[in-house]
Design a protein around this ligand. Structure first.
Ligand code: HEM
Length: 534
């Protein structure tokens, strides 16, 4: 790669220098007053401010700049303009009230055709494909939520508890697989694909993240010709395999539907039944129509894996580090559920458990930068012009640390959702806190036309899974066998993906009693026959 550095410099420098030279001449000729600007870090020629922006944990640098430059500031990176927001109400003004302007998505260099294509609902511009897929996913999610996901969350949680009881060391793997199994069951009646689903999601997220392929930051490298461009060939293979896998699952589901063997409580059933209805019973579809269907269901279920696995892993971490909150939540569970594993119907009676979950997502954001929006046309905000294509980042990490709303922001404080003395307290506690429609913390799920489509399942899945783990286990920090010391956990070490998971850490799970162990095993026994394991 010795040739790469001069090449990068040439690619970055020549067009940018030319552009800046021409702009200066034009400004000088027109004797224009400089345009008003938002404050922001000092910019340097060509690079803007890319040189000291870390690819990993970038959100911390954005928070640091917010502390200096305020709740809305601007910066640029190699010619791309950014507006960074660290205040919820400003984010709402731009991304909700002016959602008709700020709801595009920026180009991610290492992916093919995600803005106009059919593969990635969350990364499309507002095309017809996006409208169609978003509408379909929204309706499918709302309908499944009405039935609390048909009991599959509880069934899979019985398996998850058994895995934690028998193989606690691999709790990180079990946690992601658990989330993958639930989504794969709901999508295609194929829970056994949960592990593949998790791996596929993880790899896709790597490719779409700034911390992923270097071409996502050094974008001109993407133009290197064939043999010199490992990123393009990797992506072609990755995307091809993912599409083929989604399409195969869709076709298998279609065959099962035709034979009357596909369960009605799958998203594939919902889709195929609509096809049959619209075509007077015929299931004939062109290759493109099948691929569209496969991507709609495939991406929907892929995005639901790590988005929940990340917060679940941080929740387990928080419980290990905060025995006082673990105990409070367990007392609540013992009172409400006794010897019965918790379920969706216990929602109203478990405010402490919900507060611990909600605080987890505030304390360690699953999407710490938010998902970037892009200006679809020129605009002006507070007298400052915002040019078309500017990327708007509502930095979740910073928004979650606004002291006036979240006092003592660096610490894990579930009481902020339970105690009327805190600004984020909301009544009645039988309903709040929640993820779906709390007045506070809704920024974690984004804004306006691009708002998250998964909040319903987040409420159910995190509640049942989190409450059930607390019901079954005592959790604590691992202890070093040699020194007898607690093994420290780095709570900020993550994979730095756009949707992130904590890095591997160690902790201890002990079944709360022998009786509880028996219950965990019996629960698993009661569902094992109906579970697809291989
Ligand atoms: C705690 C868990 C989750 C968090 C914090 C979260 C957060 C987000 C955020 C910040 C966005 C971008 C919104 C914007 O651009 O303004 C988003 C979009 C999206 N989310 Fe979630 N999400 C979670 C779980 C899920 C789940 C479980 C699913 C599906 C099963 C899901 C499906 C989606 C989809 C499809 C979009 C794209 C919407 C669009 O671009 O039009 N999310 N989510």
């Amino acid at each position: 790669m010795a040739f790469a550095l001069p090449l990068i410099i040439v690619y970055l420098a020549v067009p940018s220098l030319l552009l800046s030279f021409v702009q200066r001449i034009l400004q000088w000729r027109e004797k224009k007053a400089p345009e008003p600007k938002f404050p922001g870090p000092q910019q340097f020629p060509v690079v803007g401010r890319v040189h000291d922006l870390p690819r990993f944990s970038m959100w911390k640098k954005f928070k640091e700049w917010a502390d200096t430059h305020g709740p809305i500031y601007q910066t640029s990176m190699a010619g791309q303009n950014f507006v960074i927001i660290s205040d919820e109400s400003i984010a709402e003004e731009l991304l909700i009230k002016r959602g008709h302007i700020y709801s595009g998505r920026p180009q991610i260099r290492a992916l093919f055709d995600h803005k106009n294509g059919i593969g990635y609902l969350a990364l499309m511009d507002r095309t017809d494909h996006w409208t169609k897929q978003r509408k379909w996913v929204h309706a499918a999610m709302a309908d499944a939520h009405k039935h609390h996901f048909y009991g599959h969350i509880e069934t899979e949680t019985k398996r998850y508890l058994m895995m934690l009881a028998s193989d606690p060391v691999r709790f990180m793997d079990h946690s992601r697989e658990h989330c993958g199994r639930i989504m794969s069951r709901l999508a295609w009646d194929e829970a056994s694909q949960g592990k593949t689903n998790g791996e596929s999601a993880d790899c896709t997220l790597h490719c779409m993240s700034v911390s992923g392929p270097i071409v996502n930051t050094m974008t001109p490298l993407w133009q290197l010709p064939g043999p010199l461009n490992p990123w393009k060939s990797f992506e072609r293979k990755r995307e091809g395999a993912q599409r083929a896998w989604w399409t195969n699952n869709y076709r298998v589901a279609k065959k099962k539907f035709a034979k009357g063997e596909l369960p009605r409580d799958t998203w594939a059933y919902r889709y195929i039944e609509q096809v049959a209805r619209e075509q007077n019973g015929s299931l004939d579809q062109t290759k493109d129509q099948e691929e569209f269907a496969a991507c709609t269901i495939g991406f929907f279920n892929l995005v639901g894996v790590v988005t929940i696995a990340g917060p679940l892993k941080f929740f387990l971490m928080a419980m290990a580090l905060h025995p006082e909150w673990q105990q409070k939540a367990q007392e609540e569970l013992d009172r409400v559920c006794g010897d019965r594993m918790p379920c969706c119907d216990d929602f109203a009676e478990l405010p402490t458990v919900r507060a611990c979950l909600k605080e987890t997502v505030r304390w360690r954001s699953g999407v710490p930068l938010g998902v970037p929006h892009q200006a679809e046309r020129d605009d002006e905000f507070r007298g400052v012009p915002i040019k078309k294509d500017t990327i708007i980042l509502a930095c979740e990490w910073a928004i979650n640390r606004v002291e006036s709303k979240y006092p003592d922001p660096e610490n894990y404080r579930p009481d902020r959702w339970l105690d009327p003395a805190f600004p984020t307290y909301q009544e009645p506690l039988t309903k709040y806190p929640n993820f779906r429609d709390s007045q506070f913390g809704k920024h974690s799920f984004g804004y306006g036309r691009r708002k998250c489509l998964g909040m319903d399942i987040v409420d159910d899945e995190l509640l049942v899974t989190g409450a059930s783990v607390l019901w079954a286990f005592n959790m604590s920090q691992a202890v070093d066998a040699v020194t007898g010391e607690k093994v420290p956990i780095d709570t900020q070490a993550t994979n730095s993906h756009v949707i992130l998971e904590p890095s591997d850490y160690k902790m201890k799970f002990e079944v709360r009693s022998e009786k509880r162990r028996m219950q965990v095993m019996e629960n698993y026994g009661s569902v094992a026959d109906g579970l697809k394991v291989y």
